[in-house]
Design a protein around this ligand. Sequence first.
Ligand code: S3P
Length: 757
Amino acid sequence: MFNKLCVIGVGLIGGSVAKAARAQGLAKTIVGYGRAQDLVNLQTAKRLGVIDEFYIESVGWVEERNPTNHTANVGLRYANPTYQAVEGADCVVIATPVASIEAIFTQLKPFWSENTIYTDVGSTKGSVLAAAERVFGVIPDNLVPAHPIAGAEQSGVEAALVDLFSHKRLIITPASHTNPDAVQKIKQFWQGFGALVSIMDAQHHDGILAATSHLPHILAFALVDMLGHKDEQTEIFKYAAGGFRDFTRIASSDPTMWKDICAANKSEILPLIEQLRAELAKIHGLLANDDYQQLFSTFAYAKSARQRFLNQFEVPTMSKSITFHVQNGGKLQGEARVPGDKSMSHRSIMLGSLAEGVTHVKGFLEAEDALATLQAFRDMGVEIEGPVNGELTIHGVGKHGLKAPKNDLYLGNSGTSMRLLSGLLAGQPFNSVLTGDKSLSGRPMKRVTEPLAKMGADIKTTEKGTAPLYITGKAGQLTGIDYVMPMASAQVKSCLILAGMYAQGETSVTEPAPTRDHTERMLAGFSYPVKQDGSKVTVTADGKLIAADIDVPSDISSAAFFLVGASIAEGSDLLLKHVGINPTRTGVIDILRLMGANIEVLNEREVGGEPVADLHVVYSPLKGIDIPEHLVPLAIDEFPVLFVAAACAEGQTRLTGAEELRVKESDRIQVMADGLQILGVDAQPTEDGMIIQGGGNIGGGTVTSHGDHRIAMAFSIAGLRASAPITVLDCANVNTSFPEFKDLVKNLGLDLVCEES
Ligand code: S3P
């Protein structure tokens, strides 16, 4: 809190500083100061209560006697309005255009006080420091240059806004010897207005602003300059519309101010103009050569980069709540291709990024989980084009080419992203932080951090062993281990394999039961050596990944909803095309067949190292079984919908050895048992599974998925055999794995209405 704040230049920015300081109680007295031509503006500021008093710069010295001291010099001082404005101020904010700052420093010099902190709001910072050096010889240590990145179209104190800086960035650019207390005070002052304060050196600031503010202004002025002359001859503006208006908005800015800014930051701007010239030449070349593929890639990359820019402004709001209203009855008929495999989509991004060369991916799952992985790699400097219709182009950076992410890596709901990335990032030459949504932040991470710690990794979790994960990169310091997994988990296995690719010696993982082996297969596809010896897989750091094209098959975990739906609804007949049938994933087919389902595996083939087939399923009465435990890891994600199959089967179905279901996106044993009971099914949860008395008597009612995508879809499928409508709450997360589910299931014969609120 300042006793006296002096604002030099009470225009839009200076006026907003004064207003905010007053509103937040950050200054007792606020004094304005300006030039003779600012008189009306300063009078307005006083009338509006923005400032308490003001002084006008005088030309030359006015002589006036100090009644208590009769020496001429002191008399001159007392009569000087600059002195009167700044005298006794705790803080002086210079809010005038950058070009005038040197003159302001010159005026302030005779009265510069070590008891005052001086700051400014200029949009170039190197020039402010240089001006200070010219005027004072050395940059005063109580000068704290700052730049609020905020503005408005209008100017003058009447346009000043009390919240102009709220949630806006503010950059402080101290010199190496600037007094840290002064920096701290200025930081707190701006934070008091709600600004998001960063501290960096002046050159870094000027480079950033040249690219994101000065260059766009130059471009807007240049385009309008060029087209304005054309317009004088051919009246083209008459037909210009929204796009032109949006793009050229900033060409309405003050030309004097922008001339001064460009002059002040010339050294940063000139190389950027050269780069822009090269970019335009590239586009010129692509067009001239009819290279529309590359032109598309350039535009698609720019679109996604802009989205990244927009995303940071998104105030986290309560995400939309989605409810599925399912009419009971119906049957599934026809042909469908469900979206790409989630596990393989994640891995295609990870390994494609680490490869040398360009990887093309087809069939990529465009759903939130896989997109979270994609974004994480973009954040680590990998250029990825797409996805467009499931196609991606990944410009691999090589095993050692990832760059430090500037922010935390947010992985949404995706356990696979978090666990696999923890292994990969443990051995990088940079630190990283992994965060996720509420569900992911409650899931166990010790299963990866403990074995990684044995390899020498440094990963901090919460006390409960959950995210956020704070990873200190230990490049060159990991050592291989021989790890026997206590649980059958492909995520843990893959995590350790990825860490092993950066560790000294061999890293081996032995699994208690077979789990999905997509990491091993895809690594082999990228020419990376992986040794498989029974249940033990071994990697070393020797080797590199060579880019390869990937064709991701349909996800059997998504197909499972239709395999069960068609098996339980009389009259169903469905063909599911191009489904991945890797033997580590086909437990659902085996279990359903044991229950009496009629599923044919047709047209078996191999695509990019993974077996693929079309699955033909027709209705068949099911019977209850004891599910063989060895099939549990091979159908681990399919149990929610298999419980629905069990509810429709004749007799009892018993699942054991599936305690892992309790730590999935929700506690799938409890949540499914609760929902089935609401629908009138006798479903008894056990520690490691469930006992369901079948018979097909599923009633209607309202159940909740607890934000678990697979539970939402499983209860929707139950509608096919229910005697009354089912409402499923909290279905937004279906978008994490299968955004098309509601439309596809409707097309095939289930009456599902999706309500958003
Ligand atoms: C996955 C492995 C499984 C599975 C998850 C995806 C993978 O998890 O449930 O949906 O892609 O490796 P666990 O490793 O925890 O069993």
